[in-house]
Design a protein around this ligand. Structure first.
Ligand code: ATP
Length: 248
């Protein structure tokens, strides 16, 4: 890993589409075993940033390391080593839970596919539903399957893009309990985007962006105090209000 146990250590991350800069000089540092929440209004650049960090999208600028690899020059290797969960979960609805996991194991050319799939089914409590079609599952179970799929190749870093959008509160809570277990017991590092304030409160640290720029970072209570706000939501409303005046 890079100095100071940083699993992500990237500076100046930028992306333009045409003449619009949608990610503008974003610095991202995430320590090993930390859960960092990535927050910001719709269209602020979270997905674009996550896709660049996991090697799926080529940045226009930015230097640094992800999992100790040069995230630009070794993008293919980063992609193999990171667990990335897209907003829409990326499951095959007409395949069963087991078939979805087996498909992912093939994509990663994993040896001992059957053992790995069985272990993932057990770990995420999916074994009794292994033959159910993914398309027939509730939002909470789909999300659990998506997490199992992105953990299958045993990544040390998870990049999760709004993994709990549209999922009921009980399933969201269980999902977050699982994230904390993964960080605590297995030392897995998590960068997760969310719009839910209760989830933001459960992160070790937060990074808040709007208009592609980082407006605040740190622990929730420090962000609230620095903004002179009553709570996190209030702090973000204030930060975006100031940003609108400056950047919009
Ligand atoms: N391929 C593309 N071509 C042009 N513009 C794009 C492309 N992908 C994203 N954008 C624009 O970049 C901006 C940032 O989008 P992005 O999806 O990263 O935001 P986000 O913070 O993830 O939003 P949300 O919270 O709604 O998921 C948006 O204005 C979006 O329309």
């Amino acid at each position: 890993m890079t100095g100071g146990g940083l699993v992500i250590d990237v500076r100046g991350l930028s992306k333009r589409y045409g003449d619009r800069t949608v990610v503008d000089q974003v610095d991202m540092q995430v320590g090993a075993g930390r859960i960092v929440g990535f927050l910001g209004p719709n269209g602020s650049g979270k997905t674009t940033s996550l896709r660049m960090l996991c090697g799926l999208l080529t940045p226009d600028a930015g230097e640094g390391q992800v999992l100790g690899l040069d995230f630009r020059r070794q993008a293919a290797e980063v992609k193999r080593q990171v667990g990335y969960m897209t907003q829409k979960f990326g499951l095959y609805e007409d395949l069963s839970i087991r078939e979805n996991l087996d498909f992912v194991a093939r994509l990663f050319s994993m040896p001992n596919r059957r053992v790995a799939v069985d272990a993932a089914l057990q770990q995420l409590g999916l074994a009794s539903r292994a033959t159910q079609l993914a398309g027939a599952l509730s939002g909470g179970w789909k999300q659990r399957l998506a997490l199992a799929a992105c953990l299958l190749h045993q990544p040390r870093l998870l990049l999760l893009d709004e993994p709990t959008a549209g999922v009921d509160p009980k399933a969201r809570r269980e999902f977050w309990d699982e994230l904390h277990r993964l960080a605590r017991d297995e030392g897995i590092t998590v960068l997760v985007s969310t719009h839910y304030m209760d989830e933001a409160e459960r992160c070790d640290e937060l990074v808040y962006i709007a208009y592609g720029k980082v407006l605040a970072r740190g622990q929730a209570q420090d962000i609230v105090a620095a903004a002179g706000a009553s709570d996190l939501e209030d702090a973000f409303v204030r930060l975006v209000g100031q940003a609108q005046d400056n950047f919009a």
